[in-house]
Design a protein around this ligand. Structure first.
Ligand code: BEZ
Length: 225
């Protein structure tokens, strides 16, 4: 059975957290939500990642996005660890909840188990998984990194902007390589040229290609609502 992946509804799990008991669907409500896991508390890469997530919390809040971390240790351990994270990232507070998962039920349900990482007692540990969940509670994007590779928060913001932009245009646009907020977008292949003229009155540019197929069409939606 494949685990939770793009298009799946996240399970409505209930978990203890640093903010008390959380029922996941209630927490998500009708917001975009980033669910991210870490191998273990009091580990070096994780401390840098959670600190950076705290530093970027205003970026996510501006985009209407909620955050929730997952690590296997218990809530008491998370609360102790938060003091280290905040000391490492001065001026930043960990305002998002971190779920506790001592029995590994949550990481299994969220497809966050790292097959290679085990704790001292041989229990599985989470990978650096990150799911971006839409207001419909479906997974829109997932990252899966091993314990040895810390993530890049600018990339998390970038892909979030792409997802929200595509959603804003009802998935009739997509974002090309290295796209950043404000750059031109491409028009989806499902949109005919006739439809594109109506949908994008600001116009669009078709790139001439050796195939003579007119599928690479750029338009600017920067100030378009
Ligand atoms: C870390 O967060 O630094 C880490 C955790 C588990 C394995 C390797 C690195």
């Amino acid at each position: 059975m494949p685990g939770l992946t793009i298009g799946d509804t996240v399970p409505n799990l209930v978990a203890d957290s640093t903010h008390g008991k959380i029922k996941l669907h209630d927490y998500i409500g009708d917001s975009w939500t980033i669910l991210f896991s870490h191998p273990a508390d009091f580990t070096p890469v994780c401390t840098t990642e959670l600190g950076k997530m705290a530093a970027y919390a205003p970026e996510f809040a501006n985009r209407g996005v909620k955050l929730v971390g997952v690590s296997c240790d218990d809530v008491q351990s998370h609360n102790e660890w938060i003091k280290d994270i905040e000391a490492y990232t001065p001026g930043c507070k960990v305002t998002y909840p971190i779920l506790a998962d001592p029995n590994r039920d949550i990481i299994k349900q969220l497809n966050m188990v790292d097959p290679d990482e085990k704790d001292n007692s041989g229990k599985p540990l989470p990978s650096r998984a990150l799911h971006i969940v839409g207001p419909d509670k479906k997974v829109k994007l997932s990252f899966l990194y091993p314990a040895t590779t810390g993530r890049n928060m600018d990339e998390v913001v970038r892909v979030l902007d792409s997802l929200q932009e595509a959603s804003r245009f009802n998935y009739k646009i997509a974002t090309p390589v290295d796209w950043k907020q404000g750059d031109p977008v491409v028009i989806s292949p499902s949109v005919s040229n006739e439809q594109a003229k109506e949908m994008f009155p600001q116009g669009y540019k078709t790139v001439e290609l050796p195939s003579k197929k007119d599928y690479l069409r750029f338009t600017n939606v920067k100030n378009v609502n």
